[in-house]
Ligand binder design. Structure first.
Ligand SMILES: CC(=O)N[C@@H](CC(=O)O)C(=O)O
Ligand SMILES: [Zn+2]
Length: 313
């Protein structure tokens, strides 16, 4: 067998977009994208058209997550195929426009790559979000970024899950990549968070340039954290929250949580413990935007994915 039989070929990643302001109060992405709209020199790469784009301008203007509904949940087939009109929620109208410009989602005309820039109030560091374990192009890119950024770490969160997966803005692209950097409060810019987001984007664009130049990337493996279970805050019968994230768990994103470990602390100081089966790795711990989604954190499990060799056609 010749080595080339194991190489997956992809078209050049010529059309690339960088989304900021999918959530209007996540300031690193909003600020970087606005900078790059003014001057795109930093994101220019040979043989690549990179378009910086503010996805939810009305939410950015109000510095709020969204106006009518969460844009990063709005890219469902139902929404995208609904008859368009002013009566639709603002973000659904916006999703349709974005799908026209960068999609259509699932079609050969769709953009090759979309980076969607997010911030979290959780202590997640610089996290790459992968939507499909079978996307070898993205796996290779994430492998490249992890190597380039070492000894700093860059965990990969895999959101592939039958119930917990959601319809993101970036999902209109052939290769959707979320970048989630924290901790940063909503509406706030922190220089360290801003800079680490910028550095990851730099490496990502370098990878695309090398790929388009014809470099072959050999098979590799990527350690990922696969989303497993959504954990809500403990509540009373009226739905009111009766406990907080336990101090031993707060800020401990990506660290092992074992059966019997403290998880929540009630207002009178009682510790509630994790009673699941086996070790999990919580993340999005105490994310501000997830109170409305009844989510205190999400558990993940570690997995190693194999990426085949890739090369441009
Ligand atoms: C805090 C936050 O907004 N996180 C993103 C994660 C993602 O882009 O997949 C979201 O919930 O849409
Ligand atoms: Zn966000």
């Amino acid at each position: 067998m010749t080595s080339s039989t194991n190489v997956s070929c992809f078209h050049e990643a010529r059309r690339v977009a960088i989304f900021g302001g999918t959530h209007g109060n996540e300031m690193s992405g909003v600020t970087l994208v606005n900078l790059w709209i003014q001057n795109g020199k930093e994101i220019h790469r040979k043989g690549v058209e990179t378009k910086p784009f503010i996805t939810n301008p009305r939410a950015v203007e109000k510095c709020t997550r969204y106006v009518d509904t969460d844009l990063n949940r709005a890219f469902t087939t139902e929404n995208l195929s609904a008859p368009s009109g002013d009566d639709l929620p603002y973000e659904v109208q916006r999703a349709q426009q974005i799908n026209e410009i960068f999609g259509p989602k699932g079609s050969p005309e769709a953009y090759d790559v979309i980076f969607d820039l997010h911030n979290t109030t959780s202590n997640m560091g610089c996290t790459l979000i992968l939507e499909s374990s079978k996307d070898h192009f993205n796996l290779q890119m994430m492998h490249y970024i992890k190597k380039a950024i070492a000894p700093d770490s860059c965990p990969v969160l895999l959101t592939e899950h039958p119930l917990l997966k959601y319809s993101t803005s970036r999902s209109v692209a052939k290769h959707p990549i979320g970048l989630e950097v924290g901790p940063q409060p909503q509406g706030v810019l922190r220089s360290n968070i801003f800079e680490s987001m910028r550095v990851v984007l730099k490496h990502a664009l370098d990878f695309i340039e090398l790929f388009n130049e014809g470099l072959e990337f050999p098979p590799c493996t990527v350690d990922v954290f696969r989303v497993s279970e959504k954990m809500d805050y403990p509540r009373d019968t009226n739905g009111n929250i009766i406990a907080m994230v336990h101090p031993n768990l707060q800020d401990c994103d990506w660290e092992p949580l074992n059966p019997g470990d403290p998880m929540f602390q009630t207002f009178d100081g009682t510790t509630l413990r994790y009673e699941g089966a086996g070790t999990v790795y919580p993340t999005f711990i105490n994310e501000a935007a997830y109170y409305e989604k009844q989510q205190a954190f999400v558990t993940t499990r570690r997995e190693t994915l194999a990426a085949g060799a890739i090369k441009k056609t």
